[in-house]
Structures are given as structure tokens and as C-alpha cells.
Design a protein around this ligand. Structure first.
Ligand code: G1P
Length: 300
């Protein structure tokens, strides 16, 4: 019987340099997308997929994030005193979303190193890794699909998205072969951020992973790779290529073709804000009307 996935790891120790100066003292994961910080969408996605335990791997200046997922008695009392029960419910709900834990990365040695920090908390069970830069539209329950793929195939599961070859240098890239199931491919090779000329495919790895706990042993052995960092992609390559299926090896990919935003990139961040605002029941109608008029005015 397959072991269920209960825990999620979210590395949030990055410096957020692409968003300076906004991220000088505020974690990039806390930048608002309409009225919630980006990371809250990611935690909600995990919770909707049945995860109840979240471990943040943090670095410096992450206090804002810790406060966000905690109870805040003085704020709750103030809202209660004002009778603002709707907002009171919202701030309480964030604190109750999941059982939240923290571990500090200490040195920024790469995504693989961040995941290795979770070893003690995770133990010997499969787990999720979600990268906070990626917001996935909630109409695409890709995590559930990925956990089903793990139950069926064992090993680890990646979320793959076909990108324009000119973009592949921004991602981990997977060589794949078809399986009997048209929605799942077998990963035969992985390379971190290849240039377009040497990329084995245009399948990009996006920030959702189901990992077999065997990854920890491989991360221990993984030498610094691209950018001098310990790369998760390199340890996953070993699982895909060298480790037998019965020993925690084997990697498959779920091909994602829904909507996803990279909130670590300025243009994509703006698109996320506009799209999510436009689709909200409360803001959407007047925001869309304003947007339509504004775009028309630009075009004249
Ligand atoms: C990380 C991974 C990369 C993956 C990407 C997805 O890179 O190293 O393999 O494709 O996330 O967003 P980063 O974007 O942190 O540089």
C-alpha cells in the first residue's frame, strides 16, 4: 500500500534580488497579490490537496512571513472590538490553515541544500516541495494529479511544462519518454538551466515536486553544480538515472498545461495581480471595466 503524502516543504530563504528595493526588508514571498501575500496562495494550494503540515525553510528577515501564519491577538482584539467579523475570520483562518514549522537554512547554498534542511522533519515518507514563486491557478489541481502519479508509479514526480526553447535556460529541463498514460511521462535525464542549444527538450520543471525520501541521501552526496549551488535537479537526475525503482529511484513527470504565474518575475507578477483581481467576484466587475477603458485609451 502506498504511503500518503502529508507534509510539504516550502523553501523561502531566497534574497529576492529581482524585486529590490521592495524586498530589502520584506521577504519576496510576502509581496501582495491583490490582498494576500503570494505565499498564502501556495499554502492554500497545498492545503486543498490534503496537506496538513508545512515546513518553511527560511533565511534572514523572514519574520513577516512567520507572523503572517501565526495568531495575532492584538489585531484580532482590535477587529473584534470594531465588530469587523469578516476580517477577523480572514486573519484567523490564515493562522489555522496548516500546522506550520520552520527551519533556518543558515547559508544560501542552493535549492538542494534548502530541501536537505527538511530531512529531520520529514523522516522516511514521501513529501511535497512547493516553490513560493510559482502560483498555480486553483482550477488546476496539479498536486493531486502528482500525488496520484506517485501512488501509481512510486519514486518522485515532477511537474513539467512545455516552454518556448528561448525560455528553457531559466528552468530545470527534463528529457522524457512516453508512458501508457498520456498525462504522465517518464523522466530519463535532467539538466539544470541548459542553454537552448544543449537542452534535451523543451519540458521545463516548475516549482512543484513530490519527492521520495531517498532524495535526502542523494542530496548529501550532491556536489555544487550550476552557479556553485547544490541543485535539487542534480539529485533528482541521480534518482531518475542511477537509483533502482525498489530503492526510491524512478522519476515521472505530470505534464501541466494550466495557468501558472512566476511571481519572482516582474512582468509575470503584474500579470498575476491583474488576472486574479479581474476574476474575483468582489473586485472583478469594476476592475475589468476600468481595465477595458484604460486599454482603449492607450490604443487611441
Ligand atoms: C528552481 C529550480 C529549477 C526550476 C525552477 C522552477 O530554479 O532550480 O530547476 O525549474 O526553480 O521555478 P530558480 O527559479 O529558483 O532559479
Amino acid at each position: 500500500m502506498s504511503v500518503p503524502v502529508r507534509k510539504a516543504v516550502m523553501p523561502v530563504a531566497g534574497l529576492g534580488t529581482r524585486f529590490l528595493p521592495a524586498t530589502k526588508a520584506t521577504p519576496k514571498e510576502m509581496l501582495p497579490v491583490v490582498d494576500k501575500p503570494a505565499i498564502q496562495y501556495v499554502v492554500e494550494e497545498a492545503v486543498e490537496a490534503g496537506i496538513s503540515d508545512v515546513l518553511f525553510v527560511t533565511g534572514r528577515a523572514k519574520y513577516g512571513l512567520e507572523d503572517h501564519f501565526d495568531r495575532l491577538p492584538f489585531l484580532e482584539q482590535a477587529l473584534e472590538a470594531k465588530g469587523d467579523l469578516d476580517r477577523l475570520r480572514q486573519v484567523r483562518e490564515v493562522a489555522d490553515l496548516a500546522d506550520v514549522h520552520y527551519v533556518r537554512q543558515g547559508e544560501p547554498l542552493g535549492l538542494g541544500h534548502a530541501v536537505l534542511m527538511a530531512a529531520l522533519h520529514i523522516g522516511n515518507e514521501p513529501f511535497l516541495v512547493l516553490l513560493g514563486d510559482d502560483i498555480i491557478d486553483r482550477r488546476n489541481p496539479v498536486l493531486t494529479q502528482m500525488m496520484n502519479a506517485r501512488a501509481q508509479h512510486g519514486g518522485s514526480v515532477l511537474c513539467l511544462m512545455e516552454v518556448d526553447p528561448s525560455q528553457i535556460h531559466l528552468y530545470g529541463c527534463a528529457a522524457v519518454e512516453a508512458t501508457d498514460d498520456s498525462t504522465i511521462v517518464r523522466v530519463t535525464d535532467l539538466v539544470e538551466k541548459p542553454d537552448a542549444a544543449s537542452a534535451p527538450s523543451n519540458y521545463a520543471v516548475i516549482g512543484r515536486y513530490v519527492l521520495d525520501p531517498r532524495i535526502f541521501a542523494e542530496l548529501e552526496r550532491t556536489k555544487p553544480g550550476r552557479g556553485g549551488e547544490i541543485q535539487l535537479t542534480d539529485a533528482l537526475r541521480t534518482l531518475a538515472v542511477d537509483v533502482p525503482a525498489g530503492e526510491g529511484g524512478g522519476v515521472v513527470g505530470v505534464v501541466f498545461n494550466g495557468r501558472r504565474y512566476d511571481t519572482g518575475d516582474k512582468l509575470s507578477y503584474l500579470q498575476a495581480v491583474v488576472q486574479i483581481a479581474a476574476e474575483r467576484d468582489d473586485l472583478g466587475p469594476s476592475f475589468r471595466e476600468w481595465l477595458r477603458e484604460t486599454v482603449q485609451a492607450w490604443e487611441h
